[in-house]
Design a protein around this ligand. Structure first.
Ligand SMILES: [Ca+2]
Ligand SMILES: [Ca+2]
Ligand SMILES: [Ca+2]
Length: 369
C-alpha cells in the first residue's frame, strides 16, 4: 500500500461491559472527517470523539505513549511521519476505543515571492547528440531552464539524456493539469520526452525521495518498452557514437556535416561509457507528402510533443495524477517539488540527426494567468 494514498479511517469500537450501574461508554463518532488522514506539518488537528456519556476516564496515546487525559486531543506534531493515535474512554462498565492513523507531511507552501517557474537546476546529464558540446548542449547553458522561459533551448541528446530541476514551492495536485514544460516542438517535429516527478516526502528540500513517471498516451502502446536500457560508448573524437541496448539492438548516433565534433558529452564524469534506463516510446518517424522526414506527435503526456495544447501554450501540460510507480501502478501525490525530464525515443532522423528532446523551462499552472 502506498504511504501517500493510504486511506486510514478511524477504527472505533467498544470493548467490554459489566452489569455495573455506569452507562457503557459508546462512541457516536470519531471526530475525524473523511480524508483527514493527512496533516501538514505546522498545522494542528483537534480530535474530539463524541460519546454517549461524560462519565469516563479519557486516555490518549500517540505511538503507544500516553500524552493526555482530556476529552479533546490537540495533535500538533513537530515532525513529519506516520502517527498512530489511540483514544480510550473507560468507566466501571467498560471501554470505548478509537485509533487514528495520521500521516504528517510537509508541503513547501507558495509564499508572496514564490516563482511560477523552475528555480533550481540540479543535474544535467544529456545523452550523445549533434548539439552536445556546443551551445545548447553545454552545462553552462542548462541554467537557462531556470526562470521564465526565453528563446534559449537546452537539448537532452538521444534516448535517456536528462535534466533534473526544482521549484521553490510544492506544486499542488489540483483538479486537472498542474504544470507545463516549454519546448520547441512544431507540426511534424515531436521529440518526445518523459517527465518524472518527485514529491519532497521527507520534507528536507532535497530531491532524495521517490521518482514517479507521468504516464502519457503511449503508456499502453504495445511498442512502448519499460525499463529500456541503452549504453553509449565515447568515440573520443569526431566519429559516430556507438550504442547497444537491452533488446539486443545496436547502432550509432551518426555524425553529420552540420555538427563536426564529438557528440558524446565531454563534460560528464563517465568518459568511457554511459548507460541510461527509462521508458522507450514508439518510433513515429515517417515522411510527409513532400518526402520530408517527420516525427509525428503523441496524443498527450510528453514534452517537446506537438499535442493539442502545445500550439497555444508553446508547452505541454501535465496532470500529477498521471504518476505511476516503478511497477506501473497509479499513485496519488499531494503535489510535486522536482521534475526530471529525459528523451524517451531512440530515433535516427537521417539528415536531421538524432531525435532529442529540447526544453526551455517549466511552470506551475496555478501561478500563470
Ligand atoms: Ca492534477
Ligand atoms: Ca526530500
Ligand atoms: Ca525539439
Amino acid at each position: 500500500m502506498n504511504k501517500i494514498i493510504a486511506i486510514c479511517v478511524a477504527l472505533c469500537f467498544f470493548v467490554s461491559c459489566s452489569d455495573d450501574d455506569a452507562i457503557l461508554p459508546e462512541l457516536k463518532s470519531s471526530g475525524l472527517e473523511e480524508n483527514q488522514n493527512q496533516l501538514q506539518l505546522g498545522k494542528s488537528l483537534a480530535l474530539t470523539p463524541s460519546l454517549n456519556t461524560k462519565d469516563v476516564d479519557y486516555q490518549w496515546k500517540i505511538n503507544n505513549e500516553v500524552v493526555s487525559n482530556e476529552a479533546t486531543l490537540l495533535f500538533n506534531p513537530d515532525k513529519i511521519g506516520n502517527y498512530t493515535i489511540h483514544f480510550s474512554a473507560t468507566n466501571s462498565s467498560g471501554t470505548a476505543e478509537c485509533t487514528y492513523d495520521i500521516e504528517v507531511i510537509k508541503l513547501r507552501d507558495k509564499v508572496e515571492n514564490s516563482s511560477a517557474y523552475l528555480t533550481t537546476l540540479l543535474e544535467y546529464k544529456p545523452a550523445p547528440g549533434q548539439y552536445i558540446n556546443e551551445e545548447i548542449g553545454l552545462p553552462e547553458n542548462a541554467e537557462q531552464i531556470v526562470g521564465e522561459p526565453s528563446s534559449n533551448l537546452l537539448t537532452l541528446g538521444g534516448f535517456g539524456g536528462y535534466v533534473i530541476a526544482g521549484f521553490d514551492h510544492t506544486i499542488m495536485n489540483t483538479e486537472g493539469k498542474d504544470f507545463q514544460v516549454y519546448a520547441n516542438s512544431f507540426d511534424g517535429s515531436s521529440e518526445a520526452g518523459i517527465v518524472m516527478v518527485m514529491f519532497d516526502l521527507n520534507g528536507n528540500d532535497k530531491a532524495d525521495d521517490e521518482w514517479y513517471e507521468l504516464k502519457g498516451s503511449a503508456h499502453d502502446d504495445p511498442q512502448t518498452i519499460r525499463n529500456y536500457t541503452i549504453t553509449y560508448t565515447n568515440p573520443k573524437g569526431t566519429a559516430d557514437v556507438p550504442w547497444t541496448d537491452n533488446q539486443g539492438n545496436s547502432g550509432v548516433v551518426k555524425q553529420n556535416s552540420y555538427h563536426v565534433h564529438n557528440y558524446y558529452p565531454e563534460f560528464i564524469a563517465e568518459q568511457d561509457q554511459i548507460t541510461f534506463t527509462g521508458t522507450l516510446l514508439p518510433n513515429k518517424k515517417g515522411t510527409n507528402d513532400k518526402g520530408w522526414i517527420v516525427i509525428d506527435e503523441f496524443d498527450y503526456g510528453y514534452v517537446d510533443n506537438y499535442s493539442e495544447e502545445y500550439p497555444s501554450n508553446k508547452a505541454n501540460q501535465f496532470d500529477i495524477n498521471w504518476a505511476i510507480d516503478k511497477d506501473g501502478k497509479s499513485v496519488t501525490l499531494p503535489g510535486i517539488d522536482f521534475v526530471k525530464i529525459y528523451t524517451a525515443v531512440n530515433i535516427d532522423a537521417g539528415i536531421l540527426g538524432e531525435v532529442s528532446t529540447e526544453i526551455k523551462g517549466a511552470a506551475d499552472l496555478s501561478m500563470l494567468n
